[in-house]
Design a protein around this ligand. Structure first.
Ligand SMILES: O=C(O)CC[C@@H](O)C(=O)O
Ligand SMILES: [Zn+2]
Length: 445
């Protein structure tokens, strides 16, 4: 059972009575019925790539893990309706490839796409790198199939873009992290494939310039702007240390970088032209200091690899304290300035690994120990550091979880930052749909 009991970051290992591996939604329903009859808690699990301990059991050993991995079929694809219907255990990359083979795009894209599954993406309302243009997983889902906490199979696999027939149950299960029921299938939206996607790495002096560049790029490029990621020089140095084979384009270092992606429904020529004009404008207005534009798919991929290896480089460096936060885009530079000051005043020398989906107002504000300090020892400061960072998030009316969810890791933080009015509505929903409290207990609430 070992791989099902430990989280991706290796931070926590739970215990379980058993790992259940049903083959189809009917078997999931039967298993949930049996668990309900015997009051056995269930922990639904997809690819187990989550970062907030949402898909591993606690240490009581009283629960079973319900793996959806064998529910891995693409059920149907409708190129005219532009939808794909899939099992919950389908690997995200398999869905992307099936869409591509039909000349369509399924835009959800994140570093774990080779091993995460769509059920987990839906259950956490995963974000990733294409949210700016296509939205979160929630926006990409039209219908769901769910096994309720009573073990009934709800067929909500509607392939409709409009459906105003009462409470939106689909949206309740999305982002519920398996605490209300088990998602077993989904109807997802597909999009036309862009003709070209061009990437650039733009060097800037500070996060404030990233916001100016974002406004400029959105004004100039509109919906063609499909990616906008910020990363500090420290992040790229970390990648260079742990993945020296990845080429770093800048010889002279700059303080911050923006990875910018433009997609065109017209042609590569159009995308390159638009990107070059935008960057030239940014340099003329002193927003950007320098830039490299990828001139081939391989070069584009190499730039994205630098970005996607930041969490891997952090994992290789040792344990760190992660914050996945959302802010109004306009507050990002002020947030970084003021929070850096506060964290560094309390923990001189600690390493701030700040990067993320700035186009969506989503930062990964990760804190690692000062060089030479044992990473394990540093985790003792987790609560105090969370307090500084999350209080700062609250001061800017942000959110303590943008795209990773709450799981068990941030449950106490959620209690601190949500109002009683909101928490009580959430508890009422939980009690109504899962009165026995067997669905992923201890997660979120
Ligand atoms: O490890 C992190 O903090 C972020 C992981 C992921 O959301 C990413 O954007 O790469
Ligand atoms: Zn992210």
């Amino acid at each position: 059972m070992a791989p099902f009991l430990t989280d991706w970051r290796g931070r926590f290992t739970g215990r379980a009575l058993a790992v259940l591996r049903p083959a189809d939604p009917g078997q999931v329903a039967q298993l949930v019925q049996a668990c309900a009859a015997h009051r056995v808690p269930l922990v639904p699990q997809g690819g187990n790539t989550g970062l907030v301990l949402g898909s591993v059991p606690d240490t009581s050993g009283s629960a079973v893990v319900l793996s959806l991995a064998r529910l891995n079929r693409v059920r149907a694809l409708d190129p005219v309706n532009r939808t794909i219907t899939v099992d919950a255990g389908c690997i995200l990359q398999t869905i992307q490839e099936a869409a591509c083979a039909a000349g369509c795009l399924f835009p959800l894209s994140l570093a774990a796409e080779g091993s995460c599954s769509i059920g987990g993406n839906l259950s956490t309302n995963a974000g990733g790198t294409a949210v700016l243009r296509y939205g979160n997983t929630r926006e990409l889902c039209l219908g769901l199939e769910v096994v309720t906490a009573q073990g009934e199979l709800w067929d909500g696999l509607r392939a409709l873009r409009k459906d105003n027939t009462g409470y939106d149950l689909r949206d309740l299960f999305i982002g519920a992290e398996g605490t209300l029921g088990v998602i077993t299938g989904a109807v997802l939206r597909l999009f036309p494939q862009p003709k070209a996607a061009i990437t650039a790495l733009v060097a800037i002096a500070a996060p404030r310039q990233a916001l100016e560049l974002l406004t400029l790029a959105q004004d100039r490029c509109g919906a063609s702007l499909t990616g906008f990621e910020l990363m500090s020089d420290f992040c790229l140095r970390l990648v260079a240390t742990h993945f020296p084979s990845l080429a770093q384009p800048f010889v002279i270092r700059h303080a911050q970088y923006v990875l910018l992606e433009l997609s065109s429904s017209e042609s590569e020529h159009h995308a390159v032209g638009l990107l070059e004009e935008t960057i030239a404008d940014a340099i003329a207005q002193d927003i950007a200091d320098d830039a490299v534009v990828a001139t081939s798919v391989a070069q584009s991929l190499a730039l994205w690899q630098l970005r996607e290896h930041i969490p891997l480089a952090q994992a290789a460096a040792g344990k760190n304290i992660k914050h996945d936060i959302a802010l109004p885009v306009s507050c990002i530079a002020d947030f970084i300035d003021s929070t850096d000051t506060r964290v560094l005043a309390a923990y001189p020398g600690c390493q701030l690994v700040c990067f993320g989906h700035v186009g969506d107002g989503n930062l990964h504000y990760n804190v690692a120990p000062p060089p030479g300090t044992a990473h394990e020892d540093f985790l003792a400061h987790q609560d105090a550091i969370n307090r500084i960072v999350h209080d700062s998030v609250a001061a800017y009316a942000g959110s303590i979880s943008a795209e990773h969810g709450i799981g068990a890791l941030k449950r106490d933080e959620l209690k601190r930052y949500k109002s009683d009015v909101e928490l009580n509505m959430m508890r009422a929903i939980k009690a109504a749909l899962d009165p026995l409290g067997i669905m992923n207990p201890g997660k979120i609430l």
